[in-house]
Write a protein that binds this ligand. Structure first.
Ligand code: ATP
Length: 202
């Protein structure tokens, strides 16, 4: 089984690229979805978050209020570390479980989509890294548009991640998403034919 780690910056187009890859036949694991799954009520990480941050981070229905938790950890690096010490191992266990199950089923190709694949140091989970790249200006514009953020807020979020130029250096495959969506899809189909169907790993 070949595991491709798909990453990039915030709003660089990972989900859009993953949709194209899924249409071509890849099985996609979304690390953000795993992150939501592991903090559901009843999960150990849910209990640990309440024990650490208190009931103030809960919604009325007992689920974690991600915005409230986000506000705490965004302003406080030590709190962020405490949260990550709870969630990262839980996500790792879930990812390993899902990958083992896919391997057992004889799956050939898996795309593990994770915004912080490199920052979180989980590149060992994947065989190779693909980066969806956009220039800063396009990234800011798309992020502002998608999330309704001011330019200052968009820039702040981008600044909290590893620069895209550095990520691009670590990639075996770079998907350029500065152009239209159809242009990105065309690149992905080309890479698919060369790399996946052709078996070329560069
Ligand atoms: P995040 O990690 O922040 O969730 P992402 O990397 O998965 O983001 P997407 O959600 O795929 O990024 O794309 C960000 C926004 O930009 C979305 O609103 C998407 O529709 C839009 N977008 C993606 N690619 C293009 C493109 N080539 N042209 C125009 N808009 C695009």
């Amino acid at each position: 089984m070949r595991v491709i780690g798909l990453t990039g910056g915030i709003a660089s187009g990972k989900s859009t690229a993953a949709r194209v890859l899924a249409e071509l036949g890849a099985v996609v694991i979304d690390a953000d979805q795993l992150a939501r799954d592991v903090v559901r009520p009843g999960e150990p990480a849910h209990r640990e978050i309440i024990a650490t941050f208190g009931n103030g981070v809960l919604n009325e229905d007992g689920t974690i209020n991600r915005a409230a938790l986000g506000n705490i950890v965004f302003a406080d690096p030590a709190a962020r570390k405490r949260l990550e010490a709870i969630t990262h191992p839980a996500i790792a266990r879930q990812a390993e479980k899902t990958l083992a199950e896919l391997r057992r089923q004889g799956t050939r190709l898996v795309v593990y989509m994770a915004p912080l694949l490199i920052e979180a140091g989980v590149t060992s989970r994947v065989d190779e890294i693909w980066v969806v790249y956009v220039d800063r200006e396009t990234q800011v514009r798309r992020l502002m548009q998608r999330d309704g953020l001011s330019e200052t807020d968009a820039l702040q979020r981008i600044a909290s991640q590893m620069p895209m130029e550095e990520k691009r250096e670590l990639a075996r495959v770079v998907i350029d998403n500065r152009g239209a969506e159809a242009e990105m899809a065309r690149q992905i189909r080309e890479i698919w034919e060369r790399d996946i169907l052709g078996g070329n790993r560069g």
